[in-house]
Design a protein. Structure first.
Length: 259
């Protein structure tokens, strides 16, 4: 089964792009892949769907050469295992607040004796019947993983410990939620929020942990500015808008131009 891993995306020495998939549509995934994106984050936190729909969207990612990544609805060890069983190449866990929590989520993505992931020989990630269990375990360990989404004041307080968590695949910074948590009501460009983000970036650099950064604005010129700010700080993996933001902006643009 052809499947692109998120570790492969992170290993690229070029800019890599993804988006959030919040629309439960394989056709939208087709368009994301056709446009040239590298990965899609299937959003089970803010998307109105669960693991059954996520599995279908993972299949669509596989068909389009996208690394299928799933955002869990919350820090749930059972969901992490289910998403990986369904074929996710990585699971993003929102609201990571402590190093201990990050370590528990990494363990949820690994089989015993290293971790706590439930073992089943008949899951989609292994072709539905795994005849070489040891080989499958090694492949899962090498190609899949957990990404910490840090987006709160609590997470910021323990960011150095979180970034040092053994086995963590990457750090995803959540500027909007962070601004809310810090008391700045969505103003993610506020100097105090930017100072907090710089601390996160420094912690990731010190730990040798890759960083994924969001680019919110659907306007191409503003998106380039946001990307440039991150790039100056060493980031080269970006998640752009969401499928809803991109589609809504395109629809508004047509109405503005034609009505």
């Amino acid at each position: 089964m052809a499947r692109r891993s998120f570790r492969e995306v992170l290993a690229q020495e070029r800019v890599t792009l993804g988006t959030w998939s919040q629309i439960a549509s394989e056709e939208v995934i087709d368009m994301v892949g056709g446009a040239g994106f590298d990965f899609s984050i299937i959003d089970c936190e803010h998307g109105a769907f669960g693991i059954e729909t996520a599995e279908r969207l993972i299949r669509a990612c596989d068909a389009n050469g996208l690394a299928p990544t799933v955002r869990a609805p919350f820090a749930d060890p059972v969901f992490i295992g289910r998403a990986l069983d369904a074929g996710a190449s990585a699971v993003i866990v929102p609201g990571i607040a402590t190093a201990a929590q990050a370590a528990a989520m990494v363990a949820a993505g690994r089989f015993a004796p290293e971790g706590s992931r439930g073992a089943c020989p008949c899951v989609r990630a292994g072709g539905h019947f795994i005849t070489d269990w040891r080989g499958y375990v090694g492949l899962q360990r090498a190609e899949t993983g957990v990404i910490a989404l840090v987006e709160t004041a609590q997470g910021l307080a323990d960011i150095e410990g979180i970034c040092r968590t053994e086995g963590l695949l990457a750090l995803l910074i959540g500027p909007f939620d962070l601004s809310v948590s810090l008391g700045f009501a969505g103003d993610y460009l506020h100097p105090e929020v930017q100072k907090a983000i710089d601390r996160m970036l420094e912690a990731a650099r010190a730990a040798g942990l890759p960083v994924i950064a969001p680019v919110f604005n659907p306007d191409a010129a503003e998106a380039r500015k946001q990307q440039a700010r991150w790039a100056e700080k060493g980031v080269r993996c970006f998640v752009v808008g969401t499928d809803k933001i991109i589609m809504a902006n395109a629809l508004r643009s047509y109405c503005k131009a034609l009505l």
